[in-house]
Design a protein around this ligand. Sequence first.
Ligand SMILES: C[SH](C)CC(=O)O
Length: 268
Amino acid sequence: AGSRSVGETVEYNIVGIDPGSGHMEATAKALEVYDLKDWNVIAGNGAAMTAALKRAYDKEEPIVITGWNPHWKFLKYDLKFLDDPELVYGDSEEIHSIGRIGLQKDLPEAYEIFQRFKWGTDDMSEIMVAIEDGTKPEKAAQNWVDANEDKIAEWTSGVNKVDGDEIKLVYAPWDSEIASHNMMKIVLEDMGYDVTLTAVEPGPMFSAIADGGADATFAAWLPITHKTYVEKFEGKLDDIGVNMVGVRQGLVVPAYMEDVNSIEDLKK
Ligand SMILES: C[SH](C)CC(=O)O
């Protein structure tokens, strides 16, 4: 019999993450745009996706996952994004800090810090890799804060400390966002805030800020990944600024899948 199609080698499955994520929305669109009608995306979460990746990678078996960078998987495994000529996933994206309307008036010092907050994919990856290697998120974030006082001073110098003001941060527990939000919790606590950090699904991450139940998130991937949510809550969110550039989402395969280099190749 001839060699199996790429689809047959992975039972036409793409291993995805949580249902409400921008990944899953973009991947559903990719199946349409690239006419991958026999394919389906398995919803799950980041941990299930990376567990499936490990199982396949250790046996050098084919696998297609929804992936994003920065993420520790690119440091641990030899992976590649599939070319996306139709730009369904966009190309380079940015992560934005989003606040509730009124935040600048209510918590001006925190707002100033959020306006100045910017760090690199390597900074985030440092915390993420430490967590993946077994360090607790709070400890991995504290270690990064201790080693990067000069960078943090760019966000906080000249900002007055507060005396126990409450601030509520929300984030979807993707490995990248676990890193960023545990780090910012420490920065804000060092500035005197009483910080509540709540992990929620992607939808509630935006709706909680839009209805004022939460104060901010640093997890909005734009212009494509979270476009739907930001449009849905148009006028009810304050896009405070970009905290990271050069991020990317898309379909990812191990480099050993040498004949699969574009989403188009999934039809081979
Ligand atoms: C961190 S992932 C690109 C986020 C998402 O897919 O919504």
